[in-house]
Design a protein. Structure first.
Length: 360
């Protein structure tokens, strides 16, 4: 007697994927790259534990779609990083995966050719190549962890990880974060609520056991130790900002009530800038002024920035794409980015060291 098919009814195909170990063996980490990643993680952990007075600045494109333009940006950022390194720790924002409310380009890993062909193996390989270049020039990389399997392929090249507003409430992402090797920033919900992110920090700090894959690509029970460096990222919500002094005080109180360190990163983009990239320098300036007035909880900021200001739709003819211009959220241009970072360094050069000494 034949049985009716019961599973995989909506699956079109299973395409083989190289294991994480195979991808890493083909694209190994150099000594220089390893030193960048380890050093970046160590410096960020020291900032979060109040041992390093610098302000963390996660800055870069909303998403990477053109590795050539991304490397152009990275070389400029590296020079700027060296210039301001006494006061600011710069990490390049490298987002390969994009959450989608409904439809749209899902990012470089899922669709590297930007034509709905979904050559994911190619996306992983090219993404890893890009991260290797960034690490080898001496820039720590920051990313958003969206797919729970991707960190097995790329996680050894990441220094800081964000969990987005749509996934901070996800048990899968909390469990994954508990095993990540980087500090992890959890964003508040898209409506501005803080509770999901605060609960996520608590959850990720604990050990977990869950299904995943190992280095050989085999299904495994992953057992984690917990991540001690979870922190809150404020990105605004429902079209309203939450970086003002009242919102910061409320966030501090929520963290304190949960028994968590009052460690906050302010996302200068998204609802905090009302998605207007030209407002990002004003958000950063406001955060700097709060620090000047005695704030001790703002330890970092995020900025969406690319070579050219604004954004562009993905055209049918990819040859017409504007070089260095975002295809997702609108970004601040390079000149304005460099100016705001230099201005922040001048404002905070002395006060950050004083704040660190007072906290210690």
């Amino acid at each position: 007697m034949s049985h009716q098919a019961l599973d995989n009814l909506n699956i079109d195909a299973f395409d083989a994927m190289p294991s994480p170990g195979e991808i890493r063996a083909a694209l190994p980490v150099s000594d220089a790259a390893a030193a960048t990643v380890a050093g970046g993680r160590r410096d960020m952990e020291r900032i979060l534990s109040r041992q390093d007075p610098r302000l963390l600045v996660v800055v870069g494109p909303c998403s990477i779609h053109d590795p050539k333009a991304g490397l152009d940006y990275a070389h400029r950022l590296k020079a700027l990083s060296d210039e301001v390194s006494d006061t600011l720790l710069l990490a390049m924002r490298i987002y390969f995966e994009k959450p989608r409310t409904a439809t749209g380009w899902k990012g470089f890993i899922n669709d590297p050719r930007m034509d709905d062909s979904f050559h994911i193996e190619e996306g992983v390989r090219r993404g890893r190549e890009f991260l290797l270049h960034i690490a080898e020039i001496g820039l720590p990389a920051a990313t958003e962890a969206l797919d729970p399997i991707s960190p097995q392929y790329l996680g050894d090249l990441i220094a800081w990880t964000a969990i987005g507003a749509r996934t901070s409430e996800s048990q899968t992402h909390r469990e994954m974060s508990s095993g990540l090797s980087t500090p992890v920033g959890f964003k508040n919900a898209t409506d501005g609520d803080l509770s999901a992110a605060v609960n996520a920090i608590l959850s990720a700090s604990r050990p977990h056991s869950f299904l995943g894959i190992n280095d050989q690509g085999l299904a495994s029970i992953v057992r984690t130790r917990g991540n001690a460096y979870g922190h809150l990222v404020l990105r605004g919500g429902s079209g309203r900002p939450n970086y003002d002094t009242v919102s910061i005080a409320q966030a501090e109180a929520a963290l304190r009530k949960a028994g968590l360190p009052e460690n906050i990163v302010v996302d200068c983009s998204h609802a905090n800038s009302r998605k207007n990239p030209r407002l990002q320098p004003l958000v950063l300036q406001d955060c700097a002024h709060q620090i000047l007035r005695g704030n001790r909880s703002i330890l970092g900021v995020m900025v969406e920035s690319f070579l050219e200001e604004g954004n562009q739709p993905i055209p049918a003819d990819l040859g017409t794409l504007r070089y260095g211009c975002s295809v997702t959220d609108a970004c601040l241009g390079w000149d304005d980015t460099a100016a705001m970072i230099r201005e922040t360094r001048e404002l905070l050069k002395g006060p950050l060291l004083k704040r660190c000494l007072q906290t210690a």
